[in-house]
Design a protein around this ligand. Structure first.
Ligand SMILES: C[S@@+](CC[C@H](N)C(=O)[O-])C[C@H]1O[C@@H](n2cnc3c(N)ncnc32)[C@H](O)[C@@H]1O
Length: 309
């Protein structure tokens, strides 16, 4: 297990934020301060970095890391869906840049006790915020069959959702399903032999779906994007890094809907003129071959950037 998290699309994100040395920057997914440490090092004493994470360990680790760079930062342990109260409590109205690097960090994923990974045998948990009550174990043991099928389909795009959910329900009639390895065994049993030979772990999509449901990731993302955009100063940018197509679609469509099309602003139709944002990334930015080679976890990442006009 490692304490380190290699920040994904680091150069592209830092460039994309277009950092002003006296600006206010909000990192809504602080993690291990991989991106934040670079943001902070670009700020002068009038600048401010605000780091948010719902995980107590992320806050504690980042605090000691950032202190070595400078003191003009504030860290808040909260869910980023509460962006409005987080900023209001700090007496801040608008900021110059916001980062969302979604999902979990490597140390969370690799910590056996957190129950995120199909590679280690542990209690099914997957909570980013351990104050919450909903765990992966409760979902697996309590959700009705149709709900399990829905989350496996929607959040995991799993082809064998029904057969996996049916076997989960059958198994739990005899005894509770407590661990990651018990679940992996049921998933493997529910897929045809030819599927098990394919590249990639057979439990990957189900584990992704459970993590999204435990942390309500899709709803929280949808609610937060609009609120975050409202908090940008003119020329302020929102950078969002996603790790699967469900998330990326949400970001892509919202950014498209809110931004002006190319061309001279004065020649645009009325409804276009009223738009308040412009798209910085026409296409999502993907990691280079070199980055994927160095950090395989970057492989599915996409960065999209929007700017307040
Ligand atoms: C991919 S990691 C970020 C890594 C970070 N950029 C770095 O380089 O160290 C995502 C982090 O965001 C946090 N997170 C995810 N969703 C969150 C939410 N809704 N509210 C607050 N924190 C969240 C996770 O706990 C995790 O620490």
């Amino acid at each position: 297990m490692s304490d380190l998290h290699t920040p994904v699309l680091l150069k592209e994100t830092i460039e994309g934020l277009n950092i002003k040395e006296n600006g206010i920057y909000l990192d809504l997914t602080l993690g291990r301060a991989g991106h934040s440490s670079h943001i902070l090092s670009k700020l002068n004493t009038n600048g401010l970095l605000i780091g948010v994470d719902q995980d107590d360990e992320a806050i504690a680790y980042s605090e000691s890391r950032l202190k070595k760079i400078s003191t003009n930062f504030k860290l808040v342990r909260d869910n980023f869906v509460n962006i409005d109260s987080i900023l209001d409590n700090l007496g801040i109205d608008k900021v110059d840049g916001i980062l969302m690097d979604l999902g979990v960090s490597s140390p969370q994923f690799d910590d056996v006790s957190r129950g995120f990974s199909y590679r280690y045998d542990s209690e099914l948990d997957m909570r980013m915020d351990r104050r919450n009550e909903l765990t992966a174990k409760r979902i697996i043991n309590e959700y009705p069959l149709q709900e399990l099928v829905r989350i496996f389909n929607e959040y995991g795009e799993e082809k064998y959702s029904y057969s996996i959910a049916k076997n989960i329900v059958k198994e739990r009639e005899n005894h509770p399903i407590n661990t990651t390895f018990e679940l992996v065994e049921i998933i493997k049993r529910s897929k045809p032999a030819k599927e098990l030979k394919k590249v990639g772990h057979p439990a990957k999509q189900i584990f992704q779906a459970l993590r999204i449901e435990v942390n309500d990731e899709i709803n929280v993302l949808k609610k937060t994007l609009n609120k975050a955009l409202e908090r940008l100063n003119p020329q302020g940018r929102l950078c969002v890094i996603t790790f699967h197509s469900g998330e990326d679609k949400i970001v892509k469509h919202l950014f498209k809907e809110l931004t002006i099309t190319e061309g001279n602003r004065f020649d645009l139709p009325i409804n276009e003129k009223e738009k308040e944002y412009r798209l910085i990334t026409k296409k999502g930015i993907k990691p280079s071959e070199e980055e994927i080679e160095r950090n395989h976890r970057s492989v599915s990442s996409t960065l999209r950037i929007i700017e307040k006009i």
